[in-house]
Design a binder for this molecule. Structure first.
Ligand code: UTP
Length: 308
């Protein structure tokens, strides 16, 4: 990673305290961040992306019934012994990949799911006076170089705040936070504004905010006093708009594909895309998909009800 005159980004915040209602009933007991995409939970993939970007400390903002998320990163000696005894080297390597070094994983509790802005604010004491990376883990990004690593490269040149941006079709801008940028066609641009879920006709661009941010710690002071906004939640976007009055925000149209795993179809698509891109599963997956391409979906797949 190149040298920079700006304070380096060494901490990442992962807000994982949401209720995952769009994913019910799968998330009745299991946190949505623990649902696997192909072979590993969504949260692990986000942590891997952070590691690649040079992040050294991992802050999870958790809520009730979310302990499985932190447990996933604990070393399990019995499991390791068992796999060693059976000579399962490949599996061992995969399991070790999910172990976290001592002292590097921290949690902050969000007692009530009051919104993303509030979840980020909960991490303020653990982040301190440093810039930090923020990951919305149910957005998964398939890219040659990880999205956050691309963003850190930009940050090291620009400083300030950096937001990953992704083009969406204009007719679905109402589903996203949308950026107003100085140069709509550029890979990098100064951000002039952002709007939460605008109607297509009002959207200032088609560049959506996808769930990867580098933010300066001053965001916490704003979040501290932030009133509830859309959906009666404390919105991160509202706080970023305020911070924009004092600090630069840069958008990066990153190289890669983004998948929204917070809802079912996006999650299924992510599984297909990540499986196809996986050296272990890709070739077999391609054959399977071909089999289903022209097959009419006639078999019923609804929850079965008792017939008696
Ligand atoms: P989402 O709105 O996508 O997550 O928030 P959610 O609330 O869990 O999902 P639905 O809408 O009920 O299906 C984006 C991220 O912010 C976290 C979520 O865990 C998710 O990773 N979040 C959201 C919090 O940590 N706390 C909150 O109060 C809200």
């Amino acid at each position: 990673m190149s040298d920079t005159k700006f304070k380096p980004v060494k901490k990442a915040v992962f807000p994982v305290a949401g209720l995952g209602t769009r994913f019910l009933p799968a998330t009745k007991v299991i946190p949505k961040e623990m649902i696997p995409v192909v072979d590993r939970p969504v949260i692990q993939r986000a942590v891997e992306e952070a590691r690649e970007a040079g992040i050294e400390e991992f802050i999870f903002v958790t809520g009730r019934r979310k302990s499985a998320i932190t447990e996933h990163f604990e070393i399990q000696p019995e499991l390791i012994e068992e796999l060693e005894a059976k000579g399962k080297e490949k599996l061992l390597e995969k399991v070790r990949h999910s172990d976290m070094e001592s002292g590097k994983l921290m949690t902050a509790k969000q007692q009530k799911a009051l919104g993303l802005g509030h979840a980020v604010w909960c991490a303020k004491d653990l982040v301190g006076d440093e810039p930090f990376a923020l990951f919305l883990v149910d957005v998964m990004i398939l890219a040659e170089q990880g999205c956050m690593a691309q963003m850190i490269d930009v940050y090291n040149k620009t400083g300030g705040n950096v937001i990953a941006a992704y083009d969406v079709p204009r007719d679905i801008t109402h589903k996203y936070g949308i950026l107003d940028v100085e140069d709509k066609a550029a890979e990098l641009s100064k951000i002039k504004g952002m709007v939460e879920k605008p109607k297509p006709e009002n959207a200032p661009s088609t560049l959506s905010i996808v769930g990867r941010y580098i933010l300066q710690p001053e965001i916490f002071d704003i979040l501290e006093n932030q009133k509830r906004g859309a959906g009666n939640e404390i919105q991160l976007t509202d706080a970023m708009v305020k911070l924009m009055a004092d600090q630069d925000f840069t958008s990066l149209r990153f190289k890669g594909e983004s998948y929204d795993c917070g809802h079912h179809v996006g999650f299924i698509e992510a599984n297909i895309a990540f499986a196809l891109a996986d050296p272990e599963f890709g070739p077999q997956m391609r054959e399977i998909l071909q089999k289903y391409q022209d097959r009419p979906g006639t078999t019923r797949n609804e929850p079965r009800k008792a017939t008696a």
